[in-house]
Design a protein around this ligand. Structure first.
Ligand code: PBG
Length: 338
């Protein structure tokens, strides 16, 4: 075919049209593709979220997040054993408390689910890194991430409560705290509270650029944290803003964050890339509940290959610059990567 075309044209200069550079040479076999692959992903970079509730023997499936559960402490320990077995170094804990009130006081109750789980996990699996999500929305009766006054979350009184929560997690033995509330100044406030109480070695992973996203839908079922009025747009970021994300991250870095997070991940790869370029701290991405649910739902219908889409998404987050990824896919991914 090719020879025929060349003969027909017969023009010397047209023969030069065949390419000298052939990028396909480096794609011809699995071995060469492996050798020139620019982005890698391993279980080392994954953090698995767990939802802890009170009681024993509880393992309630979360409908919109197949494979995820609300679990009592005994079940969380069993689940975490599986996570460790898969080579995943860390989990992040979310709590579903016995009771909720206006100020979310269960958040700093040393006998609540998260604190109890931290103690049990440290005991059973000392090598596992335990991160705790620090926020009030799971603990307040109105479902907002802080104290509400005149229909809005009041920033400064909320800082005090967040610091109490972080201290309670640290006392239980948490290895790292992760504030996800988006109050101004909370990283500095929590850092000081930790330091003044002898927890200067506990790092803070800050949800630094957290957007007011519709992708959190399934999580609110999982953590029972849907706002009872309004939404979170007066504290979480506007999805339209890029430069503001850099300002938010810069503030958290100044205030003492050790790891900075961008959340959600998939629709915010540009933000991950820019944060990675602008700062020299490790960058985490939160591959959120809606991103997980979309893939699971489409795969269930046979519309996409769920495993391949998952790895493609996680690879894209790494390629954009994420050093760490918080993901409900952590176990699925680790199984494929083993
Ligand atoms: C708590 C919190 C949320 C998520 C993590 N921490 C929910 C929210 O802000 O509404 C979302 C995680 C996910 O969707 O997977 N503030």
């Amino acid at each position: 075919m090719r020879t025929r075309i060349v003969l027909q044209l017969r023009l010397h200069q047209l023969r030069l049209m065949f390419p000298v550079s052939r990028p396909r040479r480096l794609r011809t076999s699995p071995a060469i593709r492996r050798m020139v692959r620019e982005t890698t992903i391993s279980p080392d970079q994954l953090i698995y979220p767990l939802f802890v509730t009170n009681g024993t023997g509880v393992r309630t499936p979360i409908g919109s997040m197949p494979g995820c559960f609300q679990e009592s402490v005994d079940q969380v320990v069993r689940h975490a054993q599986e996570v460790v077995g898969l080579g995943i170094p860390a989990v992040i804990l979310f709590g579903i408390p016995r009771q909720k009130d206006e100020i979310g006081s269960s958040a700093y109750d040393d006998a609540e689910a998260v604190q109890t789980a931290v103690r049990a996990l440290k005991d059973a699996l000392p090598e596992l890194m335990i991160i705790t999500d620090v926020c009030l929305c799971e603990y307040t009766s109105h479902g907002h991430c802080g104290v509400v006054r005149n229909g809005d979350v009041d920033n400064d009184p909320t800082l005090e409560l967040l610091a109490k929560e972080a201290l309670s997690h640290a006392r239980a033995g948490a290895d790292m705290v992760a504030p996800s509330d988006m109050m101004d100044g909370r990283i500095g406030y929590i850092r000081q509270a930790l330091d003044q109480n002898g927890f200067e070695k506990i790092p803070i992973m800050s949800y630094a650029a957290k957007y007011a996203s519709a992708f959190y839908g399934p999580f609110r079922e999982a953590a029972e944290s849907t706002p009872q009025f309004g939404d979170r747009r007066s504290y979480q970021m506007d999805p339209a803003n890029r430069r503001e994300a850099i300002r938010e991250v810069a503030l958290d870095v100044e205030e003492g964050a050790d790891i900075v997070m961008v959340k959600p991940a998939l629709a915010y790869l540009d933000i991950i890339a820019e944060v990675k370029q602008s700062f020299d701290l490790p960058v985490a991405a939160y591959n959120v509940s809606g991103e997980y649910a979309m893939v699971k739902a489409a795969a269930e219908r046979g519309w996409i290959d769920g495993d391949r889409v998952m790895l493609e998404m996680l690879t894209a987050m790494r390629r954009a610059g994420a050093d760490l990824i918080v993901t409900y896919f952590a176990k699925d991914a680790a199984k494929l990567l083993q």
